[in-house]
Design a protein around this ligand. Structure first.
Ligand code: GLU
Length: 395
């Protein structure tokens, strides 16, 4: 039997975040004391009131197939959330609930991007954007940002990257991995460029919306001229400590939502019934109810920035949201430490895993080969110990 996989999957890079998390898990199982700072996963438990809603859903016999685009009352709750937090008016027909924001993104890209279309990604970008574009046979085109501009792009950079082949631009604020947050004025300036290019769609990934340390969150679809061509992606994983529940959603123009439903209807069908019921409780709760987690991430951010500032050769921006730091570690490239040659960020991350037993993710996966990503969605104890080990391994 010839074990011949399709070219599609053969050419697809594996998710670097998930690969590193799997590697860390494997080493832990072998008895090695690994500190996992690779995955963007809150270390909190899902709040009680959400768990109770799920238990009630089981008892109320929510066990049948769900509507492909989500329960109507969940879509209504999502519309209320968009209005309350983002000042965007969506109707339930514009909402599609999916199995995680990752599927929401994949749906939107599958239904809009044709083979050969260009999709602009602002580097650093979340690992899976490029792979999802490749699955749609589109071309991921990177626009570079760096630490000097707090990893944000200017309108001039956006304008320069647009060509007749550009179909979509993916934006993400708060950003994974840099933690940068675009202000309303900065987003409006980017929109001014896009106003001149009416055939470009905008996918705005706002999954870290609530993990924000002060710059007010601004939704791109709030800009009137952008509303008709923006797909707003969000979900409950990060803010409500519900990563494993797998619930994401979009707000989008009707015709795009309809196409995403068609896509999903052929691949996964409706999202898990219990998780959907729990999501209604999460979204209807005042944001204050999850404030304790955001406050805790804020204090861990201070802690990790303080600790990292004592390590030679780490260049850092100050993240304004999400729960990652993304230091430039190129200072170490070309050096040999403990007999191991560090040529790039992947070597560096591997060195930290092997020598310090700390799992991070190489910046190469995010389109920034000089950096590594460190998640601080871990306990204070783990953060302190991990940075101590990294410092020792590099001393
Ligand atoms: N989005 C999270 C991260 O970047 C979860 C893992 C993933 O799906 O990439 O770590």
């Amino acid at each position: 039997m010839s074990k011949q996989l399709s070219t599609r999957i053969t050419n697809l890079p594996a998710s670097a975040t998930l690969a590193m998390a799997a590697k860390a898990r494997e080493l832990k199982q072998q008895g090695i004391d690994i500190i996992g700072l690779s995955l963007g996963e809150p270390d909190f438990n899902t709040p009680e009131f959400i768990k109770e809603a799920a238990i009630k859903a089981v008892q109320d016999n929510y066990n049948s197939y769900t509507p492909v685009d989500g329960y109507l009352d969940l879509k209504e709750a999502i519309c209320r959330k968009f209005k309350r937090d983002n000042h965007i008016n969506y109707q339930p027909s514009q909402i599609v609930v999916s199995t995680g924001a990752k599927q929401s993104i994949a749906n939107a890209i599958q239904v809009l991007v044709d083979p050969g279309d260009d999709v602009l990604l602002v580097a650093p970008y979340w690992v899976s954007y490029a792979a999802i574009v490749m699955l749609a046979e589109g071309n991921p085109i990177e626009i570079y940002s760096d630490i000097e501009t707090d990893f944000k792009i200017t309108p001039q950079q956006l304008e320069a990257a647009i060509t007749p082949k550009t179909k979509m631009v993916v934006i993400n604020s708060p950003n994974n991995p840099s933690g940068s947050v675009y202000t309303e004025a900065e987003y409006r300036a980017l929109a001014t460029v896009l106003e001149k290019h009416p055939d470009i769609y905008i996918l705005s990934d706002e999954i870290y919306e609530h993990i924000n340390y002060g710059v007010p969150h601004f939704s791109f679809a709030c800009i009137e001229s952008m509303y008709d061509r923006t797909i707003t992606v969000n979900g409950v994983a990060k803010a409500f400590a519900m990563t494993g529940w797998r619930v994401g959603y979009i707000g989008a123009p009707d015709w795009i939502a309809k196409a995403c439903t068609k896509m999903q209807g052929q691949i996964t069908s409706g999202t898990n019934c219990i998780a959907q019921r729990a999501t209604i409780a999460a979204l209807d709760a005042p944001v204050e109810q999850i404030r304790y987690m955001i406050d805790e991430f804020a204090s861990r951010r201070e802690l990790i920035l303080d600790l990292l500032s004592t390590i030679n050769g780490f260049k850092l921006n100050q993240p304004k949201g999400a729960f990652y730091v993304f230091p430039d570690v190129s200072h170490y490239f070309g050096k040999t430490i403990k007999g191991k040659k560090i040529e790039n960020a992947s070597d560096f991350a591997l060195y930290l895993l092997e020598e310090a037993h700390v799992a991070t993710v190489t910046g190469e996966a995010f389109g920034c080969p000089n950096n590594i990503r460190i998640s601080y969605a871990a306990s204070t104890k783990e953060i302190v110990e991990a940075i101590k080990r990294i410092k020792e391994a590099l001393a």
